[in-house]
Design a protein around this ligand. Structure first.
Ligand SMILES: Nc1ncnc2c1ncn2[C@@H]1O[C@H](COP(=O)(O)OP(=O)(O)OP(=O)(O)O)[C@@H](O)[C@H]1O
Length: 232
């Protein structure tokens, strides 16, 4: 990340996050920076707090302690209405599986965020088709998720996460259920598109080959960042 006399402002900056699920302390003092356009891998053992961190950074859950600042706004303090607007317009999310709506075809899944943002059905269908094309799954446009391979479904999910032009994509084990070929196709599609559009990506993964796509890697252990969380 470029250093503006030590004062460059990251796009997303989390400080000293703590979050408990009941009696389980999932995060304990985690601090992370994400620069605009940066691709950051988050690794760590199962249960180290990776998903909880992603949920706090994406404004899906509020931390118990600590701050999350996105482009000058404190996510941890925002009212739910503004948070959900940010999630709809500025952030895209991709999970390991199951995030597509099973009753909708690929093109309708990808078009849905555009409809929610006020596009007409024709506009939504056209732009969704273009995004399916970019991810190499236009041939699957009329299929429902159950009729696609895991890799195809993930590429449709990526198209849906990116169709609104978010500034950050949060991806939680996006290749976790895929074989190595499908995983490579999904990662190539995600990283290529993110680089082209300057979208930042926060990528949780167990897989060193997937983490190698990132510009930087941080490792969580016991709810805190064990390695390189904040850019100097
Ligand atoms: N909704 C929940 N209710 C209770 N405990 C939870 C909940 N979500 C997470 N935890 C616990 O919090 C800790 C951190 O979980 P988290 O899912 O953030 O870790 P993770 O590093 O993403 O794990 P994995 O790699 O297995 O997905 C774990 O001990 C987990 O069991």
């Amino acid at each position: 990340m470029s250093d503006n006399g030590g004062t460059a402002v990251p796009l997303l900056a989390a400080r000293d996050l703590a979050k408990a699920h009941g009696r389980t302390r999932a995060l304990e003092g985690a601090s992370v920076d994400l620069a605009a356009g940066e691709i950051l891998a988050v690794t760590g053992a199962s249960g180290s707090g990776k998903s909880t961190l992603l949920h706090c950074l994406a404004g899906i859950v509020r931390p118990d302690e600590g701050t999350v600042a996105y482009a000058g706004e404190r996510l941890d303090e925002l009212p739910e209405k503004r948070l959900s607007e940010l999630r709809r317009t500025e952030f895209g999310v991709v999970f390991q599986f199951g995030q597509l709506i099973p009753e909708l075809t690929a093109v309708d899944n990808v078009g849905l965020p555009l409809l929610l943002a006020g596009a007409t059905r024709a506009e939504a269908q056209q732009r969704a088709g273009e995004w399916l094309e970019r991810f190499g799954v236009r041939g699957q446009a009329g299929l429902r998720p159950g009729a696609m391979s895991g890799g195809q479904a993930q590429r449709v999910a990526l198209a849906r996460a990116l169709v609104t032009g978010p500034r950050i994509v949060f991806a939680d084990e996006p290749t976790g259920a895929l074989d190595s070929l499908a995983s490579e196709q999904v990662m190539t599609a995600l990283i290529g598109t993110a680089r082209e559009s300057g979208t930042a990506v926060l990528l949780i993964t167990h897989d060193a080959q997937v983490a190698a796509y990132a510009d930087r890697e941080i490792r969580l252990a016991d709810g805190t960042v064990a390695r390189a969380g904040v850019t100097a």
